[in-house]
Design a protein around this ligand. Structure first.
Ligand code: ATP
Length: 307
């Protein structure tokens, strides 16, 4: 198979028919979740529904249980009570076979990237391919891995490098390439822009939005990054008091009279992020008008990012 054909095959999502009883509009549903570590209650009667095709931002103070919630949804944390349905499967009671099947339908980027340090980037991407599709020939698997590396915005040379040879931003992209290895329907991202410089973080935001648009992903994104929330999230879920206290667009959240929400979004950083988004929109609009004028006069378009 040629590289182009392999890339096209890798780009075509697996035909994942909705299962009987699967709510195709809400790929993730959490109801009445309770998680404890000893006496420490993390979640109590927490409920959350994620819409298909959205980027859902998940925010909350440190230690409110954002990562534990994500781990519960992907079956790494067994809750004390509650039901979690992912793509029609009850995660809390999934049998082994179902469990394996469902894990191939999501990709996860953990906070630290969680790459195998003794494997190259391409070999890291191949790990889930080998696990779920051992029948794929070596050549094709290598080609799919190279395509995922490119898709994540890394230069092709990065495929042969070890994680220790990459910058923090490149490691995140390598982790993303691995998360995308199986053409997932759901993408879980735990603080993807943490530790990146502002330009790297903005570029990563753009990449997530672009991937979500082109691949139709549903994205569950834990972040403390207000710019990310403003720039790419369709809705934001707020964790506090052991529950999701609100889930809505940022303009609607701003109308709520909850002290944490007000302080978070209306504090100095929240206002700065909002102002940055307003400036970005105005610049994009101005550039769009400039493009239209230039096109009318047969001029070249200006280059560079819009914002
Ligand atoms: N395996 C564990 N054993 C005991 N306590 C844990 C474990 N995992 C998480 N916790 C506790 O659960 C609480 C929630 O942790 P979690 O990592 O989900 O918070 P978070 O909201 O993601 O925080 P941050 O924003 O700082 O990353 C914390 O108090 C943490 O110490």
């Amino acid at each position: 198979m040629s590289e182009d054909a392999a890339i096209e095959a890798a780009r075509t999502p697996a035909p994942n028919e909705p299962r009987p009883g699967e709510d195709s509009r809400h790929p993730i549903k959490v109801e009445g979740l309770r998680n404890c570590f000893g006496d420490h209650v993390i979640h109590d009667d927490l409920s959350l529904t994620v819409n298909k095709g959205e980027i859902l931002g998940v925010v909350g103070g440190s230690g409110t249980g954002k990562s534990v919630l994500m781990r519960s949804i992907i079956g790494l944390q067994i809750p004390e009570a509650g039901h979690i349905t992912v793509l029609g499967d009850d995660i809390t009671s999934a049998e082994d076979d179902e469990d394996i099947d469902i894990r191939s339908r999501w990709g996860v980027l953990f906070q630290g990237g969680a790459l195998f340090s003794t494997l190259t980037v391409a070999e890291n991407v191949e790990v889930p391919l080998k696990e779920f599709y051992p029948e794929i020939a070596d050549d094709l698997r290598h080609e799919i891995a190279r395509f995922k590396v490119k898709l994540s915005g890394l230069p092709s040379e990065a495929a042969a490098k070890y994680p220790s040879e990459l910058s923090g931003g490149m490691r995140k992209r390598a982790g993303l390439a691995r998360a995308l290895a199986l053409d997932p329907e759901l993408l879980f991202l735990d603080e993807p822009t943490a530790g990146l410089d502002p330009i790297g973080a903005a570029a990563f935001d753009d990449l997530i939005r672009e991937l979500q648009d082109t691949l139709g992903l549903t994205v569950f994104l834990i972040t403390h990054d207000l710019d990310t929330l403003y720039e790419i999230c369709d809705r934001v879920a707020v964790l506090a008091d052991r529950k999701v206290i609100a889930v809505d667009t940022i303009p609607n959240l701003l109308k709520l009279d909850h002290p944490w929400i007000q302080e978070y979004f209306n504090g100095p950083r929240g206002r700065a992020a909002q102002a940055a988004q307003d400036r970005g929109r105005a610049a994009r609009k101005a550039q769009g008008e400039g493009d239209a004028k230039a096109a009318g006069k047969g001029m070249d378009k200006p280059s560079g990012r819009g914002a």
